[in-house]
Design a protein around this ligand. Structure first.
Ligand code: FE
Ligand code: FE
Length: 183
């Protein structure tokens, strides 16, 4: 691929992420407030701090590039956050709500992982040597967050199963989509 079009893809990817991360800075406090589990709430609060660092890293990369970080709103993130907000409105049972919040958060992290994976590869190919470690650091944090969410899903699931033994644990498979199952 020509360097020019790769550079274009790179900058567009960074702008998309800048929009996505800024949307998350607004959404994560709402997700934290909605969480029933204290661990999940603290997890969202901690990831909010990281997310603000992700914004700052992107701003640093844009200033080195001499480009504005502003672009179109990331529609993928807008949809994921909207679905999460609708779920918070609709679900009342606390276990189900936490399961839904974790599922929403995992889809968000998946999106970020895919995007940061892409832009860090472009940065490497373009010789953007200062940006590569910054993007990889954020990528590692998104992967780690996804992993923590999976562990939390497992733990909350076990707690819920223990407190509701009358259904013989059969609710487990209903409550948790397969991708949230422990590794
Ligand atoms: Fe992020
Ligand atoms: Fe994230």
């Amino acid at each position: 691929m020509e360097t020019n079009s790769l550079k274009h893809l790179y900058v567009e990817g960074l702008k998309d992420l800048y929009s996505a991360e800024n949307q998350l800075v607004k959404a994560l406090p709402k997700m934290a407030r909605a969480a029933d589990s204290a661990d999940l709430r603290v997890g969202f609060e901690q990831h909010l701090i990281q997310t603000k660092e992700h914004v700052a890293r992107l701003e640093h990369i844009f200033s080195a590039l001499g480009e504005s970080p502003k672009g179109e709103k990331c529609k993928s993130m807008e949809c994921l956050i909207k679905e999460g907000a609708e779920m918070i409105e609709e679900v009342s049972a606390s276990e189900e709500l936490d399961a839904g919040l974790i599922s929403t958060a995992q889809r968000v992290e998946y999106y970020e992982i895919a995007r940061y994976g892409g832009v860090s590869t472009y940065a490497k190919r373009l010789g953007e040597d200062e940006a590569v470690p910054l993007l990889r650091q954020t990528l590692r944090e998104e992967i780690e967050t996804y992993r923590k969410l999976s562990q939390l899903a497992d733990r909350i699931n076990l707690d819920a199963a223990n407190s509701n033994e009358s259904d013989g644990g059969s609710s487990q498979s209903r409550r948790w989509p397969q991708e949230l199952a422990p590794n």
